[in-house]
Design a protein around this ligand. Structure first.
Ligand code: FAD
Length: 622
């Protein structure tokens, strides 16, 4: 087959960029077909990367060679770690980005890749021969041929923006929507659904009274995301916290009927965890005020993002309401807030590899799969890019399960449940979160990254040295003793002892690296260890009991995951199955018995019946 590129990626957003770069790293000629080549990985909404559950995805993408962590480290203006008062399982990093520099960093990086071509254009049609994708036809009629295609079109498919009663066909403010491509999917027999999301107005920071808002500084030492980023110190840009007032509520409540969310103009569901301000006052009617975080859009601009004030109310109401927020009494709106409705593809139509069931070689990633968020998109993008290359090479797909990565949790959730609202990641979605921490993403994924050629070999070997140093530090902590008389405030806990090991100290509640740091002088070679190694060692010691317990649970889980269900297995011949279970199994086509049990509405009885038939099927074909 004559092709222009091995892989075409439609859409240069967070998913598309990671997909394309993964394919390039694996040596494949790749094209990103996108509306505006200067807007690669643009942040459509808040200028921030990471957060609870999301930072784990960024670290996993990073461990698979992805760009997101490196880009935010280079262009972030404020970094913090969230949840530090809780267990290490949920520690999460979040960074405020300089929106323009982040996008520019990715554009420059992509331009430097020899095997990557950026094609400016609107993809309008998926080309195929029988049930195999062969490329994309642009809306201007140009055909571009490839062996595989990744679709990462974000909020642009059938995009419709709402501001009060106003409706505008657009994927993002000021950018066209992609209607022809939606039609192409319908013609191919895909079922499309409708979801919505929203964004707040942007503000002119020079018109904000900062003295009335609470300062939110960055953290020192700066917690970076990527294992590739060298530590650097710089002056971080502060964020601020403020809140709505009783008057804000009055204005919003009085204008409910003018919001497209309440007037019936928008019928699709939005992200429950990121509600609009009108939704917040409606759903939490007993609450009189809500927090608003004022986040700078970058260092070279005075534009500010009021996080928590997403709205689709008419512009006059937005202006009146925002000027009742503390410190924003004289604020000027630079761009209005809006809601956008878009088409997505319900995910029973994709396999765990993110390949569609309908057309082989066609992969979906990001918002098109019903997710919301840059990190969720990037994580799917990298998986789709890797799997598209493996498809081209006729190799087994790369699948991660729920015990290996948040990426595995997300894809498993997507392929076993229907999406009724935009899906976003939280640590609470993972039952094995103690095993899926930020600090051990490379322990979990670097082996795969090396296998698929996603990272330089030197990085892999350097990490082996880090693992070795961690093990040695743990050993030293178990032997090195500190005199109780030298323990200061901690001495009360050990009155019966003369000395205790560092390990014993670390196992105490509220004792971590900062508390043991003064006592490390005497521990051979440890004082020179990097903060990363000290933290890895401390976490392992502190949570060892729980980590071991989780490892046993994971071993149980793996048994069911390893009972694979072949693609060709027919549910029609399984006697004794409830009709609902038969329909669900046929719809979601689980990859394993474990996955079958997680499909919504499936009972243990259904799984037992399926198991018996699967064993019979396997022995018949053996
Ligand atoms: C108004 C708004 C508010 C949002 N609010 C939130 C929020 O509160 N929280 C949150 O987590 N996330 C939010 N998001 C979502 C977040 O922006 C997305 O989840 C994320 O950007 C999705 O990444 P993606 O790669 O799938 O798509 P995008 O980043 O949207 O990128 C899609 C890319 O595809 C290109 N494209 C689309 N169709 C075509 C075509 N036919 N031909 C060529 N190119 C095409 C576009 O030009 C764009 O470059 C919001 C998005 C918007 C628009």
């Amino acid at each position: 087959m004559s092709v222009d590129f091995d892989l075409i990626v439609i859409g240069g957003g967070h998913a598309g960029v990671e997909a394309a770069l993964a394919a390039v790293r694996m040596g494949r000629s790749t094209a990103i077909v996108t509306m505006d080549p200067e807007r690669l990985a643009l942040m459509s909404c808040n200028p921030a990367i990471g957060g609870i559950g999301k930072s784990q995805l960024v670290k996993e993408v990073d461990a698979l060679g992805g760009i997101m962590g490196e880009a935010i480290d280079a262009t972030g203006i404020q970094f913090r770690r969230l949840n530090l008062s809780r267990g290490a399982a949920v520690w999460s990093t979040r960074a405020q980005a300089d929106r323009r520099f982040y996008n520019q960093y990715i554009v420059d990086y992509c331009k430097r890749q020899n095997k990557l071509t950026i094609v400016e254009g609107l993809a309008g049609l998926i080309m195929h021969e029988q049930d195999r994708v062969i490329g994309v036809r642009l809306e201007d009629g140009t055909p571009v041929r490839s062996r595989a295609v990744v679709v990462a079109t974000g909020t642009f498919l059938g995009g419709l923006i709402h501001i009060g009663e106003k409706k505008i066909k657009a994927g993002r403010f000021g950018e066209p929507a992609a209607y022809r491509l939606s039609d192409s999917f319908r013609e191919l027999g895909f079922e499309l659904g409708r979801l919505k999301t929203g964004t707040p107005p942007r503000l002119d920071g020079d018109t904000i009274d900062w003295s009335r808002c609470e300062l939110q500084p960055g953290e020192d030492p700066i917690p970076f995301f990527s294992y590739r980023s060298a530590y650097r110190q710089f002056e971080q840009t502060p964020c601020y916290l403020t809140s709505t007032t009783a008057r804000t509520k009055e204005i919003i409540v009085a204008n409910y009927r003018r919001s497209p969310i309440f007037s019936g103009q928008i019928t699709s569901s939005g992200p429950r965890y990121c509600p609009s301000i009108e939704d917040k006052f409606f759903r939490f009617a007993d609450k009189s005020t809500h927090h608003v975080f004022l986040e700078p859009e970058g260092n070279g601009t005075s534009e500010v993002y009021p996080n928590g004030f997403s709205t689709a109310l008419p512009e006059d109401v937005q202006a009146e309401a925002i000027r009742t927020v503390v410190g924003l009494e004289n604020v000027r709106i630079t761009r209005p807030g809006y809601a956008v409705e878009y088409d997505y593809c319900p995910t029973y139509q994709i396999k765990q590899s993110l390949e569609t069931r309908r057309l082989s070689g066609l992969f979906f990633a990001g918002q098109i799969n019903g997710t919301s968020g840059y990190e969720e998109a990037a994580a799917q993008g990298i998986m789709a890019g890797i799997n598209a290359v493996l498809f081209i090479e006729q190799a087994e797909p790369f699948l991660l399960d729920r015990s290996e990565a948040y990426i595995g949790v997300m894809i498993d959730d997507l392929t076993t449940r229907s999406t009724t609202e935009p899906y976003r990641m939280f640590t609470s979605r993972s039952e094995y979160r103690l095993a899926l921490r930020e600090d051990n993403a490379r322990d979990r994924l670097f082996g795969y990254a090396r296998k698929y050629g996603l990272i330089p070999d030197a990085d892999f070997h350097a990490f082996k040295a880090t693992q070795q140093a961690t093990t040695e530090t743990i050993k030293r902590f178990s032997k090195a003793r500190v005199r109780v008389s030298e323990l200061g405030g901690l001495a009360d806990r050990f009155t019966k002892f003369e000395s205790v090991t560092i390990e014993t100290l670390l196992k105490q509640p509220n004792v971590g690296i900062p508390e043991i740091l003064p006592h490390l002088k005497s521990v051979e070679s440890v004082t020179s260890s990097s903060p990363e190694i000290l933290e890895r060692a401390a976490i392992t010691i502190k949570y060892q009991g729980y980590i071991d317990k989780q490892a046993r649970e994971i071993a149980q889980f793996k048994k069911l995951e390893h009972e694979r269900i072949p693609e060709e297995f027919s549910y029609q011949v399984v006697t004794g199955l409830r009709n609902e279970a038969r329909e669900k199994f046929a719809r979601y086509r689980p990859g394993s018995i474990g996955q079958a049990g997680r499909i919504e509405g499936i009972t243990p009885g259904d799984v037992a019946v399926l198991s018996v038939h699967l064993k019979r099927f396997k022995s018949a074909v053996a």
